[in-house]
Design a protein around this ligand. Sequence first.
Ligand code: TZP
Length: 232
Amino acid sequence: MKRVDYSLYLVLDPDLCGGLDGMVDTARRAVAGGVTLVQLRASAWKKRRWLDAAVALKALLAPLGVPLIVNDHVDVAMLADADGVHLGQADLPVAKARRLLGTDKIIGLSVSNTAQLTEVDGADYLGVGPVYPTRTKKDAAPVLGVEAFSRITAAASLPVVAIGGIDADNCAPLIAAGAHGVAVVSAICGHDDPRAAAERLREGVQEADVRRRETDENRSVVQCSSPSVTDP
Ligand code: TZP
């Protein structure tokens, strides 16, 4: 498994950030606030602009050690030497993308129900959502809610990143449910202070992660100290 920090994943939206320059500026400030992974997602754009944006983002992020993921477009990712792609269910199959990208690049796959977990082989992580209502993706699958999200995460064999309507106040149950991180668009893009917005999210995720580890430790202490059914 690749060592990728999925904890705070920024998905850039040019409409909310103010175009290409706004996306680069948002990414720079958000990374200073703790974003660990950045995705370029510009659904309405033509490929030439995708490439320009991917090249500019790669130049920003590579020296900072933050991976750049390109949504949907494997060719753009390859040309910009991005660190990976994020694929939807209607995009290239993971195995075909892997053939083009090679083993070192990161491949993410969107999943919105447990049935889709049967075809995730070759992916590095899953983007599971929308967990909460979102206004950012118009054609999003039905909202999962925390319970359905937890079921998918429990059944998944890959790291899960939660997405959809997530902010600093509602991220904790998703980390408690086993998410490796949260992906956000509007909780950072378009904010006056993307760095402060990222810092709030990072705190929320970190606190929830500490609580989850404590809960896991308590569980294992209880399991070790309670007599086994086979003890005399
Ligand atoms: N996929 C599922 S929901 C979503 C995507 C790309 C949009 C998430 O945006 P926001 O603003 O964080 O709700």
